[in-house]
Design a protein around this ligand. Structure first.
Ligand SMILES: Nc1ncnc2c1ncn2[C@@H]1O[C@H](COP(=O)(O)OP(=O)(O)OP(=O)(O)O)[C@@H](O)[C@H]1O
Length: 254
């Protein structure tokens, strides 16, 4: 069994009297791709927000690589290895796509956000940034400002920026939402390659069952904020509780 990289222990958040995430205890392991599913309003995005630090927990713990990060802010969690796509998109909307990717690589290498560096490091950084953009098939857009990109291309850039950041845990919340039929497979292919070629942990909130089937090693089901099922895809999908309560109604079964 592989090493646990991320754990939530009785993680809970209340908004007034409403418990949006209810004592969720879950362990995510190195190298696994875990799909988080559940009906609308089940608490999936809120659970993500608690892990990435967008909102503070009312109770419980978030532990990354053995370190309690429950009280850490978003940027500290990002430094420690929690990478969530949307945090990065509008980093520098008036800089180009290439400059944005290069700056994330620089920040990861603790070189600061200086736009100008030595000639050699500039060339090396640019090469790496171009390699990443090539992998998301965005090289033709490298000179565009981020603010000029279509929604689909901004989502692709999010993935590119996340790859540049190379976190321990990649978090994708419906990564193909709003994308065209041409664009979505590019992003899904990238996630599949991340899974195949790295030992990173990937958490994926997703409604599309065909995507879950092709990518997930494990499925966690949330319902009314609580953990309703957790296990291998075939086992979870076949379980009575999931079949009856969620799969047919809420998930987009292809
Ligand atoms: N900041 C907030 N204040 C009050 N209630 C909130 C807040 N954020 C989320 N909620 C509530 O918490 C519950 C869980 O919402 P969440 O967005 O996490 O669900 P979800 O599973 O991601 O849904 P969807 O699949 O529709 O995106 C909902 O009832 C929502 O209205």
């Amino acid at each position: 069994m592989t090493h646990p990289i991320l754990e939530t222990r009785d993680l809970t958040v209340r908004f007034g009297g409403h418990v949006a995430v209810d004592a969720v205890s879950c362990t995510f392991r190195t190298g696994e791709l875990c799909a988080i599913v559940g009906p609308n309003g089940a608490g999936k995005t809120t659970y993500f927000n608690l892990i990435s630090g967008q909102i503070p927990a009312s109770a419980g713990r978030v532990v990354l690589n053995g370190q309690d990060i429950t009280r850490a802010g978003v940027s500290r969690r990002c430094d420690l290895g929690i990478g969530r796509a949307f945090q990065l998109t509008n980093l520098f909307p008036n800089l180009t796509v290439l400059e944005n990717v290069r700056l994330v690589i620089q920040s990861k290498r603790r070189m600061g956000f200086a736009l100008f560096s030595t000639a050699a490091s500039h060339v090396e950084l640019t090469n790496r940034a171009e390699e990443i953009l090539d992998s998301v098939r965005m090289m033709p857009l490298s000179g565009y400002k981020v603010s000029e990109l279509s929604h689909g291309n901004q989502r692709k850039l999010e993935v590119a920026l996340l790859i540049a950041l190379d976190p321990l845990v990649y978090m994708f919340d419906e990564p193909t939402a709003g994308m065209s039929v041409d664009e979505a497979p590019v992003v899904l292919d990238l996630i599949a390659r991340l899974k195949a070629q790295t030992d990173r942990t990937i958490l994926l909130v997703e409604h599309k069952m065909d995507v879950i089937r092709s990518l997930a090693d494990r499925i966690v089901v949330l319902h009314n904020g609580a953990l309703a099922a957790d296990g291998a895809p075939a086992e979870v999908m076949a379980s009575d509780v999931v079949q009856e309560a969620y799969m047919g109604k809420e998930l987009d079964i292809a």
